[in-house]
Design a protein around this ligand. Structure first.
Ligand code: PEP
Length: 251
């Protein structure tokens, strides 16, 4: 039985005082929610704040990117082991903003995935198509190529230590959400593709949906059989909104 997981992706938002109020609100709000897991992926400078406020709570924390190398002359980069030093459980890998704005290829994303797993972090590996790709009937082909890059490099055993997030690019930050049926179809496709390599890993794989999830649409998305929770951008920055989405994940 897979447990639902709701993860906030703060992107490049936050300041110390705002984060404190947000985390206090989320901590208070999720305290009574049963049978689900929660996390926030914060900007690097706030990992220490997240660690000190969330340690011992029900909310795990993590980052939004890593470098694929453990150390070296990579100005501005952050190594997987550095996240481990701050108690991170999760790291988002291959977010469409990294792929699009920072030109991260499938190969780079797969290398980062592999490095995360080897450091004991749980990658939240993002896949998803653009609107043009969906309109051209290429959704499955795009998602398969993104997933295969990781399967080829880390195998099903690598995926057994990860979470996948299906995030249609056209739904991220746009207010347009995939319908529960559209999302379910891609989630089922992802699970089936992993099952070709390892049925047990596929069965246990937590697959999140991301793309304009709100309190008003979370419950119907999370009710689909292959949707195991959400990766939440904008709505994770408002405590009441994020908590309402977390509540929708309650079994
Ligand atoms: C995201 O950043 O991964 C995301 C899904 O953003 P939003 O919820 O704002 O669409």
């Amino acid at each position: 039985m897979r447990r639902k997981l709701v993860v906030g992706n703060w992107k490049m938002f936050g300041r110390l005082a705002r984060n404190k109020a947000l985390l206090e609100g989320v901590l208070a709000g999720v305290s009574g929610i049963k049978d689900a897991d929660f996390a926030v992926c914060v900007p690097y400078p706030y990992l220490s704040q997240a660690q000190s406020m969330l340690q011992g709570s029900r909310i795990a924390w993590g980052a939004q990117n890593i470098n694929q190398f453990e150390e070296g002359a990579f100005t501005g980069a952050v190594a997987p082991g550095m996240l481990v030093d701050f108690g991170c459980r999760y790291v988002i890998i291959g977010h469409s903003e990294r792929r699009g704005l920072f030109h991260e290829s499938n190969e780079i994303a797969a290398a980062k995935f592999d490095a995360a797993v080897k450091s004991g972090l749980t990658p939240i590996f993002c896949v998803g198509e653009t609107l043009a790709e969906r309109d051209a009937g290429l959704t499955e082909q795009v998602v398969a190529t993104q997933l295969d890059a990781v399967l080829d490099r880390a195998g099903a055993s690598g995926l057994s230590k990860a979470v996948v997030a299906y995030e249609p690019v056209w739904a991220i930050g746009t207010g347009k959400t995939a319908s529960p049926e559209q999302a379910q179809a891609v989630h089922a496709f992802i699970r089936q593709r992993v099952a070709w390599q390892d049925a047990k890993v596929a069965q246990n794989l937590v697959i999140l949906y991301g793309g304009s999830v709100k309190a008003s649409n979370a419950a119907e998305l999370f009710a689909m059989p292959d949707i195991d929770g959400g990766l939440i951008g904008g709505a994770s920055l408002v405590a009441d909104d994020f908590v309402a989405i977390c509540r929708a994940a309650q079994n």
